[in-house]
Design a protein around this ligand. Structure first.
Ligand SMILES: [Mg+2]
Length: 269
């Protein structure tokens, strides 16, 4: 008998696509799962694109989804900052993601300002990182701004190999200002649980304790173990950033290890 699945949470980069191209067979598999009644929700730590751009890209790959099916670390940052009443924010985030931070009042990464922002928000700036913006953020933090991290991934996979992600920059600021960042993206439990509650409502607790909520990703630490820490079943895929060195730990700790997302078709339907 196939295991019941009330909600399937999915990572995007390295799991569904790499460098903007769908991995072989993945779109067919997702369409198949959706047609079989498995609810899909995408959870991404990407901070270099808005949810609208990701939504459009998935549509162009052949996967038409409701816009609310995509939850990013940037959207989680917006919600958390608003909840905490931190509205004026220095955004160490590429401008492509700024649309998802409305209605926060943003201070540009390299802007010198008289009045310090209430928070410093860190995402992936890629090649735009420079000393000036890190130094300005450091000074805000020393003056009392709250450090908030969209994610703290060490690296990501791109054509040509692994690339430095936002995590090392978050750690740099934590170290310099002696302040622990508030993490809002994966692997924070709040990120997974907010997504599950948004999709399942009152059913959430029951579905979690019955083991009917799954999270699939290529990152053992952030996707698989992060999800498992709040009662979600973690599925490791051997695509994207997965390396043979991760195999032993994945076999020991993940609920399931698959070569690719396409193997889920066999698993659930
Ligand atoms: Mg990934």
């Amino acid at each position: 008998m196939k295991p019941p699945c009330s909600l399937l949470l999915l990572d995007l980069d390295g799991t569904v696509y790499t460098d903007g191209k769908a991995l072989p067979g993945v779109i067919d598999c997702l369409e198949h799962l959706r047609a079989a009644g498995v609810p899909l929700l995408f959870l991404s730590n990407t901070t270099t694109k808005s949810a609208a751009v990701i939504h459009r890209a998935l549509g162009e790959m052949g996967l038409a989804l409701p816009r609310e099916s995509i939850r990013t670390a940037t959207l989680a940052a917006r919600d958390t900052l608003l909840e905490k009443g931190l509205r004026r924010v220095r955004a160490l985030l590429r401008t492509e993601a700024h649309a998802d931070l409305a209605p926060l009042e943003l201070v540009e990464a390299d802007a010198e300002v008289e009045e310090r922002p209430e928070a410093v928000l860190v995402g992936d700036m890629g090649a735009a990182w420079n000393y000036r913006m890190l130094d300005l953020a450091f000074r805000d933090l020393m003056a009392g701004s709250r450090l908030v991290a969209c994610q703290r991934n060490r690296y990501f996979q791109q054509e040509g190999g692994l690339k430095l992600d936002a995590g090392p920059f978050v750690r740099l600021l934590e170290d310099a200002a002696d302040q622990q960042a508030l993490l809002v993206g994966k692997p924070a439990s709040a990120f997974f649980l907010a997504a599950a509650r948004g999709a399942l409502g009152k059913e959430t607790r029951r579905a979690l304790s019955a083991g009917e909520v799954y999270m699939v990703g290529d990152d053992l630490e952030n996707d698989v173990l992060g999800a498992q820490a709040c009662g979600i079943r973690g599925v490791q895929v051997r695509t994207g950033k997965f390396r043979p060195a991760d195999e032993d730990r994945a076999q020991r700790e993940a609920h399931l290890v698959l070569d690719s997302l396409t193997d889920l078709k066999r698993h659930f339907t």
